[in-house]
Structure formats: structure tokens, C-alpha cells
Design a protein around this ligand. Sequence first.
Ligand SMILES: [Fe+2]
Length: 247
Amino acid sequence: MFNFFSKREKENFSFLKTDIHSHTIFGLDDGAKDAEHSLKLISSMASAGFTSLVTTPHVHSDFYPNTRDGILTQYNKVKKILEDHSINIKYRTAAEYMINDGFMQLLEDKEDFLTVYKNYVLVEMSYLAESPFLHDALFQLQARGYRPILAHPERYNFYHEDYDQFRQLKEKGCLLQLNTIAITGYYGSHVKKTAMKLLEDGLYDYCGSDMHHSRHFEALKSILSSGKLLRLLKAYPFRNKEIEDFL
Ligand SMILES: [Fe+2]
């Protein structure tokens, strides 16, 4: 019995190595509120076993009109804080690009996109309806040599009754990223059900915390004490493991 408990206490996310989706740079979006909060969120991820963190501030022309330079400036401030506090984690910034008219403008302007690693770019859509620009954006990104990763497909309710859309996205070269806490039911039972089916069908490529605040981290941590959910994640061939060498 003693051994059983000590093994459970040691569970962590080191099997994933890299988290690819979070909002830990203060002053840019609806994630970390200030420098202290950035430090707290990032050190929590390090203590949970992640060895690399690719953080992804929103680039959303309507609500968070962040630019490449603006993101890099804030990123360097957070990186300095991590060094000052000797936080042992590889830390990189990419972005989570909202596919809207502003994103199409960036494509037209030949934007040098911030990548998760290599040529992989994280994109998202509104939760209300499929973006009218989605397919054009996926095509143009790939034509420019980028590989799109669509964030949290399970959260797009408009696809729940039209499951084949997920397969079509994959066929069009779009990779899919699970919001890890979706499997806890954090976003509701329909989102969880869709996430479970996408896992079962092997349609996900990556997972990510999409951590904005401590409540997200607590939900993520709860997976470590749920034998069933943890086994599910450990058994799935997420490509997160391949990223670290390129950071
Ligand atoms: Fe996000």
C-alpha cells in the first residue's frame, strides 16, 4: 500500500515534455495579469514535470492586436524573470493566431509568423461559427511552407453534430491540438465527449494546457490523480515529445 501511494505522488507530465499552448506572458491578453502571475504559472508547469513551455499569446485583431515585436518585447521581460528566479524550464514564445480578416491581412503582408517550433503555427477560430476564412487561411499558410495546428477543435460546438469536419481538416493538412483539460469535463460534457472521440479516432496530433490562470492549472493537475485519464494521455502518441530538440 505504501508503494502505491508514493508512486501516485510522483506522477507528473514529464512524459509529454513540452506544453505548446498557454497564455503566460503578462500584459498581452487575457492570460497572466502581471509579472508575478507569469512567474507563478510558469513555475507551476515546471513543478508539474514539463521541461519546455511554448507560450502562445493571442493575436486577435479585434481584441488583442498584438504584433510580433510587441510579443517578443514582453517575452524577453518574462524570460529575464525566469532567469532571475532560476526556474528550470525551456521557455519560448509563439502565438495563437485568430483566423479572421486581420489574419488574412497578415498573410497578405507576408508576416513572419511566430512558430511553436520549426514551421508549425497555432491557429484558432471563434467558438460561435466556423470562420469564413478558415479554408483559405489553411491553404495560404501551407503554400507559404507553414504547418497549421488548430487549437482546441473539441471546443468548436458547431462541429459536434458534424464530426466529419474534423477528418476533412486533417485531410487538408491541418493538425489538431487537444486542450488537455477538456478530458476532465472542464469545458462541459459535450466538449469532453468530442475530445474523447477524437482521441479514440486518433485525430489529435498535440495536446496543450491553454492555461490562462491558476484554475486551469488546477484542472490540469487533477489529471495526475485520475488514474484513468492519466493512462489515456500516456498511451496516446502525442507529438509533443518531438518538439523539445527544436527549441
Ligand atoms: Fe489559447
